[in-house]
Design a protein around this ligand. Structure first.
Ligand code: PRP
Ligand code: URA
Length: 207
């Protein structure tokens, strides 16, 4: 298991933009998508490669392609905001969906939808959700994927609280975690501090 916090000036710059409370829906969505695209570079760093024989305009040669299929699984709703950014870097990736919401009082996750491509079991699965707060949603989503037989699962988020990172690492020690930022803490309502507020509402303009 590893926790990678991206240390990149452009990612930090764009993250500052989405943290600002005055950032409006269109700009917010665009920046979430762009940060996710930039994170794809780091996430794919160690993807296994296979040799392929190709022909350049000059000669035949053996080169490399990514060996495994990739499936992106956003946790609805907020995870949707990260999908196109990663797909722009991995256009062959398939997409599955997990619908999950957090009860506002208990903070417990509740599943309401699941749909995956048939090939998911043998694919590299990227579970994407911008917010890792208590970790409950991510832990439950990954549990669901493991029950279906997925073996290579990685979690990709934007902002994580120490509590969520710790809980996810303990529940699924085999899952590598990628985040754009580790923030300070959770507040009494289970929101990440300083965080960026309710990510689903800000992405989709619902409040
Ligand atoms: C948010 C977020 C995560 C979850 C994180 O979703 O997108 O899925 O909360 O919290 P946790 O780590 O404590 O589980 P929310 O339940 O607000 O649903 P939404 O994306 O549909 O708004
Ligand atoms: N979900 C969000 O959208 N934001 C938080 O800070 C925590 C959970």
């Amino acid at each position: 298991m590893s926790v990678t916090i991206l240390n990149h000036s452009l990612v930090k710059h764009k993250l500052t933009n989405i943290r600002k409370k005055e950032t409006k829906t269109k700009d917010f969505y665009q920046h979430v998508e762009e940060i996710a695209g930039l994170m794809a570079y780091e996430i794919t760093r160690d993807f296994p490669l296979k040799e392929v024989e190709i022909e350049t305009p000059i000669c035949k040669c053996v080169q490399y392609e990514i060996a495994n299929d990739v499936v992106i699984v956003p946790i609805l709703r907020a995870g949707l905001g990260m999908v196109e950014g990663i797909r722009s870097m991995i256009p062959t990736a398939k997409v599955g969906f997990i619908g999950m919401y957090r009860d506002e009082k208990t903070l417990e996750p509740h599943e309401y939808y699941a749909k995956f491509p048939d090939t998911i079991v043998d694919s590299i699965v990227l579970v994407v959700d911008p917010m890792l707060a208590t970790g409950g949603s991510a832990i439950a989503a990954i549990e669901m994927l493991k029950k279906r037989g997925c073996k290579d699962i990685r979690y990709v988020g934007l902002v994580g609280a120490p509590e969520g990172i710790d809980a996810l690492s303990k529940a699924h020690p085999d899952v590598n975690i990628y985040l754009a930022s580790q923030d300070e803490k959770l507040n009494e309502n289970g929101y990440i501090v300083p965080g960026l507020g309710d990510c689903g509402d800000r992405l989709f303009g619902t409040k």
